[in-house]
Design a protein around this ligand. Structure first.
Ligand code: FES
Length: 172
């Protein structure tokens, strides 16, 4: 019963999202012939509304305006200011730079991938975590470094990572 209710709520949420996407596309539809610039403006509006660019929006723009989905996808992933994956409640970023790597950041990354069951650049199914890697935080002597929601954790290892994840999960 609870599952059914959740399914219904998800469906309603998706429908609302689609309506909002269509409303945004409507604002730009007669300017699509202007090309690239208009698409960027449209992406900015969608990104501002949802905090990412839902895949559904790319599909709807493609269908309504005849622009190939692959072109829209390339454009949306080219600019770092756009995300095509929603942002989770918590953001976790692990340094994969040389110094952190030498000190074991690969083990931290492996542990995180296995715990969250996602690759870097993605958000967990439940929307709790967005996981990313970075090339250097600029404080290499303290590595391996992990940043969670803007807070930095030094000298990380899989054990410390698991304790941290639990702490954040418990604070939900
Ligand atoms: S290499 Fe990780 S902080 Fe610089």
């Amino acid at each position: 019963m609870i599952k059914l209710r959740k399914k219904k709520a998800d469906k309603t949420k998706l429908q609302e999202q689609i309506e909002k996407i269509d409303e945004i596309i409507n604002r730009y539809e007669d300017r699509f012939k202007d090309g690239h610039k208009v698409l960027i403006e449209l992406f900015q509006d969608i990104n501002q509304e949802f905090n990412y660019i839902p895949e559904e929006s790319l599909a709807r723009i493609s269908k309504r305006c005849g622009i190939p989905l692959s072109r829209l996808f390339s454009l949306a992933t080219f600019y770092s200011s756009f995300r095509i994956d929603r942002i989770g409640k918590h953001h976790i970023c692990v340094c994969s730079g040389t110094t952190c790597h030498v000190n074991g950041s690969d083990k931290v990354i492996d542990e995180l991938q296995s715990k969250l069951k996602i690759e870097p650049g993605h958000t967990t199914e439940d929307g709790n975590w967005t996981f990313e890697t970075v090339h250097c935080f600029g404080v290499c002597a303290h590595g391996p470094l992990v940043e969670i929601d803007g807070k930095y954790y030094h000298k990380m290892n899989p054990k410390k990572l698991n304790e941290l994840l639990k702490k954040y999960e418990d604070d939900k």
